[in-house]
Write a protein that binds this ligand. Structure first.
Ligand SMILES: *[C@@H]1O[C@H](CO)[C@@H](O)[C@H](O)[C@H]1NC(C)=O
Ligand SMILES: *[C@@H]1O[C@H](CO)[C@@H](O)[C@H](O)[C@H]1NC(C)=O
Length: 403
């Protein structure tokens, strides 16, 4: 049987993934052999193939670097649709559906079979999760071990035979070939990221560790926060200086604020990813480089929520988030000087803006927040994995499956 691709991969494209040890390559294959389990949306759908995923054990089973058809798992889609905290964790655990994984720093490349205007080439559509899983539109991807890998540039012999039960191969639009999946689409993000990146290119950044402090006896000026004039406030020192989409930021020790529309996004939008809703000249975003550390001085108690893993994070836009909410500076606040931060003001608890109290809540109004899950110890995790393996092995759909 002959398999042809939308376009023949060029020698250059092949050389690219041969040279880079840890880059995965996406291809779009036509005339796919779906075997007896033809996807519900048609036997002639092209399928997305991944080459050079990381070989080795995953929580879904052993993966290889071969060129293979990739699948979605319906419970992941349900998580994405219903769980605002969902972060691309694969819901399947067992021996038969290896996760498509790669190292966090690896590039995602495309061969010529993927059209220039394909959604797969959009910034933010194909991502690598915190678990090092390859996500399409926020959904994990899997291999089926009994699929035959493709050989050579035409991927001869490749099969994609497990469009069955909760499993669906991926069509050229990124949707499930067998059933519809929820996706978190990047939409306008690529434009924003490009804008931010070009603005930041001109800014010199000597150091990149931000520091959080909790300051008492704050000078709130005439705009005392609704929850009290004696609330301590969170201060950030050493944010990245330079232009942001909210205005120019400095490294000074300054009071930070929430913006109410961000809280509304977090409460209502399952895809919300910490993008600052304010754009303008007067409310600089608190930003830092993606790899930078977040540190705390002694004013932040050891049991403070701010020290919990996952409470202070850096967004995909390099904004500093508290509980999933972006933070901002008010340019007319006076920065604090010295260890006691003398002279610092925090005068813009006003309208949709609120400074941050010692619990992470808004001092002026209540905000929605996303709290990190309590970490399980490794024994809990192991017993959970073992329970799931048993469940999946006993699953009738796995034994009834026919190739
Ligand atoms: C929501 O997603 C997070 C991150 O993957 C996970 O830790 C949490 O258990 C999920 N919540 C539910 C109710 O499934
Ligand atoms: C939901 O959040 C995503 C990510 O920030 C954004 O692209 C999208 O426009 C938001 N949707 C709405 C309806 O605001």
């Amino acid at each position: 049987m002959m398999y042809t691709r939308t376009m023949v991969a060029s020698i250059a494209a092949l050389a690219t993934f041969a040279d880079a040890a840890c880059d995965i390559t996406l291809s779009l294959l036509e005339d796919v052999d779906y075997g007896p389990n033809v996807p519900a949306n048609g036997a002639d759908l092209p399928a997305v193939i991944i080459t050079n995923a990381r070989a080795g054990d995953t929580l879904g089973g052993p993966a290889s670097t071969d060129s293979k058809c990739v699948y979605y798992y319906e419970p992941d889609s349900i998580q994405l649709a219903t769980n605002v905290s969902y972060d691309g964790m694969a819901q399947f655990v067992g021996p038969n559906w290896p996760y498509v994984e790669t190292d966090a720093g690896c590039a995602v490349s495309f061969d010529d079979s993927v059209p220039a205007d394909s959604i797969f080439r959009m910034d933010g559509y194909v991502t690598v999760s915190v678990y090092e899983g390859v996500l399409f539109g926020g959904l994990p991807t899997y291999f089926w071990p009994d699929d035959t890998p493709g050989v050579g540039p035409a991927m001869e012999g490749l099969t994609c035979v497990c469009n069955f039960g909760p499993w669906s191969s991926v069509d050229e639009t990124g949707q499930g070939a067998h059933f519809e999946v929820e996706q978190s689409l990047p939409e306008m993000e690529s434009d924003r990221i490009d804008t931010v990146a070009s603005e930041e290119a001109s800014v010199a950044e000597p150091t990149c560790a931000i520091m959080l402090s909790l300051l008492e006896n704050i000078d709130y000026g005439s705009n005392v926060p609704a929850n009290g004039a004696d609330l301590p406030a969170i201060i950030i020192t050493n944010a990245r200086a330079g232009d942001t989409l909210g205005g120019p930021a400095t490294t000074d020790s300054k009071c930070v604020y929430y913006y109410e529309p961000d809280s509304i996004q977090l409460a209502t939008n399952v895809s919300y990813d910490g993008m600052a809703q304010f754009v303008g000249p007067n409310w600089p975003y608190v930003e830092t480089d993606a790899g930078c550390a977040v540190s705390f001085d002694d004013s932040v108690p050891a049991d403070s929520i701010f020290r919990m893993d996952g409470y202070v994070t850096i967004s995909a836009y390099e904004g500093v988030l508290f509980g999933g909410l972006p933070t901002y500076f008010w340019p007319d606040d006076t920065p604090g000087v010295g260890p006691a931060m003398e002279g610092l003001t925090c005068v813009c608890n006003f309208g949709p803006w609120s400074s941050v109290d010692e619990t992470g809540q808004g001092a002026h109004f209540e905000v929605e927040q996303k709290y990190p899950e309590i970490e399980m110890d490794s024994a809990d995790m192991l017993s959970m994995v073992q329970t799931d393996v048993v469940t999946q092995t006993d699953d009738a759909s796995m034994t009834e499956f026919e190739v």
